[in-house]
Structure formats: C-alpha cells, structure tokens
Design a protein around this ligand. Sequence first.
Ligand code: IPE
Ligand code: IPE
Ligand code: MG
Length: 240
Amino acid sequence: MGKPASNIIPSHIAVIMDGNGRWAKSKGLPRSKGHEAGVKSLQEFIKYAGKLGIKYITIYAFSSENWLRPESEVKTLMNLLRKYLKSELKTAQKNEVRYRFIGDLFRLDADIRDLIRDIETLTKDKQGLTLNIALSYGGKDEIVTAARALATEVKEGRLTPDAINEETFASKLLTYPAPYPDLLIRTSGEQRISNFLLWQLAYTEMVFVDTLWPDFSAKDLDFAINEFQNRKRRFGKIED
Ligand code: IPE
Ligand code: IPE
Ligand code: MG
C-alpha cells in the first residue's frame, strides 16, 4: 500500500456485505454457514471501525429484494438475525455503539421488531459509532416513502410545494440526520449498488473488493480507506 495523498478518515462508511453464499460453497458448506461466518465478520469489522474513529457505518444486511429468495434461506437469515440481535442486546451496554435500523421493518416478525426497538432504546444515547443496519431495505422504496411524507404535509397544509428542496427531501430519508456516506465498500467482486442508498450515494467514493464478506478483515478495511485517501473528490467542481 502506497502512502496516501490525504489522511482523512471517512466519517461515514456504507458496506454491501456480499458473498456469504459463495464463501460457504467454496468450502463445501451449506449457505447458512456462510451467513453465520458473515455475522462474525461484521462484529469484528465494527470493533475495528470503532477503533479507527469512524463515526457512522451503514450496512446492508437484508434487501427488499432478498425477500424473494427461497423460503428456507429467508428463514435461515431471520433466525440468524434473531440470534444476532439477542447477543448484541446482551453486550450493547458495554460498548459505545448506537444502533439504528432502517428499512421496511413492518415486514419483519413482531419478536424481531421488539428486539430492534429494545436495542435502539438501550443505545440511543451512546456517543461512539452510529451503526445503521439496513434490513428489508430498498433505496427506491425509501425515496418513494419520503415523497409520500412530503405529499401528505402539502395536503395537510403544513408545507408548500415551493418549500420542497434537496434539504427537505433528505430530511425524510431513513439515514437522516447522518451525513451522506464518504465511502462505499462492496465485497465479493460484484460492482453494482443493488438498490442501496440510491440518493445518499450521489457523491460517495466506491471501492469494490474481491474478498468475500466472511473473509473481510482489518487489512481489507485498511486497503479501502487507503484507496479513499488517494481519491480526489471534486463534487463537480474544478480543483484549486
Ligand atoms: C450477502 O451474501 C448476504 C445477504 C444478501 C443476506 P449472499 O447471500 O448474497 O451471498 P452470495 O452473493 O450468494 O455469495
Ligand atoms: C445485496 O446483495 C444485498 C445485501 C448484501 C444485503 P445481493 O446478493 O442481494 O445482491 P445481488 O442480487 O447480487 O445484486
Ligand atoms: Mg449476494
């Protein structure tokens, strides 16, 4: 790794954790083992990101399209989610992570929604890393929901159409008030967004790595941050 052009640590990192199934397959294991290994990898990732001083992490855990996977796979993922939430709830008091969940959470089972509510409440005043977990999340759906919220305010006379601008729109997005991601990392070699944070990624630097998510390590995060530090972010302007 070369010496980076800047030493700015991204304040918000978005992650598409992909490749659990292929990881398992490459080892002759069932997909469920890949997802289990993916959870461990996530827990290590969060610890390391916290040490580096990252303020916001948004992870893609389950997309609105993932509901279309075979019932057995969805069930496996939901059971694993349950287990993960219970274990985080036990340990959350000991660390400084603030958990937030974004997505169409009403599609989740009631007991999972209860766990989510408990963990959000328990950690709401934590001052360390904010961890947004996207579950049953779709970027297009998020934008449509924001548009509907604004339309309702207009209909009820609380807002005029002229007052709708980028800021008012962004304030209705699920990641609000977090800043937009500086860096997006997607693992497993796929180079697409898959309906993640469509609005928020407008000027995000993207790093795609071949590593499968269960193998993602501190070294891979260092690599992605180094890549980020070597990018010139212009935001449409000309460098001075
Ligand atoms: C990512 O791994 C986890 C989820 C989408 C829930 P995949 O399950 O997509 O793994 P691959 O892409 O099939 O290897
Ligand atoms: C994106 O991965 C969703 C998550 C990581 C949760 P997918 O594996 O579902 O994406 P596609 O189907 O390859 O685009
Ligand atoms: Mg995948």
